[in-house]
Design a binder for this molecule. Structure first.
Ligand SMILES: [Zn+2]
Ligand SMILES: [Zn+2]
Length: 280
C-alpha cells in the first residue's frame, strides 16, 4: 500500500522528494510551481534529474502533481477560461518533465451557470489541453466538496465530463475523502463505504480510481464546506477510516494526505494513525 503526503517544493524538486522520504512516504504529491500565482520559473534541469534519481532510489511513487489553484476550467469569463487552459498545459508539461505519473485537477466553477453548460465547458478545456500537449501522464479529476458553485461534487458529474473526452483513457479519478464526506458520501459505516465503492463503480469505474486524497473533515457531513483535518480527529473519525482503508475497493489505491501541518509532529502522527488503522 502506497501512502504519502503533499510536500512542499520550496528549495527545489529534489528537496521535495527528500522531505517525502524523511517523513516515511512511499508516494507523494507536489505542486509544479507556486500554486497561487500565474508566473512560472523555468525548471532547473539538474534539480529535475536529481528528483528523478532520488525517487527511483527510494522507490517513491506514483508521483502526483496538483494543478495551480487559479486554474478554472469551467470559467464563464473568456479571458480566464483561455488563461486556465494555457496554465493547465504548463502544469501538464511540467508533470511530464518531472516524469510524474499523475496530474490532479479540480473541475472548476461557474456560479449561475447550468450544470450541463459547465460539464461541456470543462470537457472542452480538457480536450483542448490534451490536443495542445499529448501526454504520457494521466490526468486525474478530483471530486470537490461543492463549495461556492464548485463542480464535481457528484461522481455522476465527473463521469459526464469523461464521457465528453476525445481520449478518456488518459483521464481517471482522484477521490478526496474530505470533499466526498462534505458533499454527502458517508464513509462512517460499512454500508456507507460499500455504497461509495458502488457509486464509483457505477459512474467512472473502479479501474479509473488511481488515487485517493486521504483527509478527515473538520466540518459536518454534507456541509459542503472543505476543511481538511487530521486523520481520525475529524467528523469522519477513526472507525470511518478503518473501514475505508481496509475496503477491497480502496485498500491498494495510492493515498496522499493533505492534512494540516501546524507542527513538525503532524505528519508523523497522521502516518502512524493510518498504519495503525491498516494494521501495517
Ligand atoms: Zn484533495
Ligand atoms: Zn480540499
Amino acid at each position: 500500500m502506497r501512502i504519502g503526503f503533499h510536500v512542499s517544493i520550496s528549495g527545489g524538486f529534489s528537496l521535495a522528494v527528500q522531505r517525502a522520504y524523511e517523513s516515511g512516504c512511499t508516494t507523494m504529491q507536489i505542486f509544479s510551481r507556486n500554486p497561487r500565482g500565474w508566473t512560472v520559473k523555468p525548471m532547473d534541469q539538474a534539480d529535475v534529474a536529481e528528483f528523478k534519481r532520488l525517487r527511483e532510489q527510494w522507490d517513491i511513487g506514483p508521483v502526483f502533481v496538483h494543478t495551480n489553484y487559479l486554474i478554472n476550467l469551467a470559467s464563464k469569463k473568456p479571458d480566464l477560461y483561455a488563461k486556465s487552459i494555457e496554465q493547465f498545459v504548463i502544469d501538464l508539461e511540467r508533470t511530464e518533465k518531472l516524469g510524474a505519473e499523475y496530474l490532479v485537477t479540480h473541475l472548476g466553477s461557474a456560479s449561475g451557470q447550468e450544470e450541463e453548460w459547465m460539464i461541456e465547458q470543462v470537457a472542452a478545456a480538457l480536450n483542448m489541453a490534451m490536443k495542445l500537449h499529448p501526454l504520457k501522464a494521466t490526468i486525474l479529476l478530483e471530486n470537490t466538496a461543492g463549495e461556492k458553485g464548485d463542480m464535481g461534487y457528484r461522481l455522476e458529474q465527473v463521469r459526464q465530463v469523461m464521457d465528453r473526452l476525445k481520449d478518456p483513457s488518459k483521464v481517471g479519478l482522484c477521490y478526496d475523502t474530505c470533499h466526498g464526506f462534505a458533499a454527502g458520501y458517508d464513509i462512517r459505516t460499512k454500508q456507507g463505504v460499500d455504497a461509495l465503492a458502488g457509486v464509483i463503480e457505477g459512474t467512472v469505474g473502479l479501474d479509473r480510481l488511481r488515487g485517493v486524497h486521504l483527509n478527515d473533515c473538520l466540518r459536518d457531513f454534507d456541509s459542503r464546506v472543505d476543511r481538511h483535518w487530521h486523520i481520525g480527529e475529524g467528523k469522519i473519525g477513526e472507525e470511518g477510516f478503518r473501514l475505508f482503508l481496509n475496503h477491497p475497493a480502496f485498500r491498494d489505491v495510492p493515498k496522499i494526505m493533505e492534512t494540516p501541518k501546524e507542527t513538525e509532529e503532524d505528519d508523523p502522527k497522521n502516518l502512524r494513525v493510518v498504519k495503525k488503522l491498516m494494521k501495517m
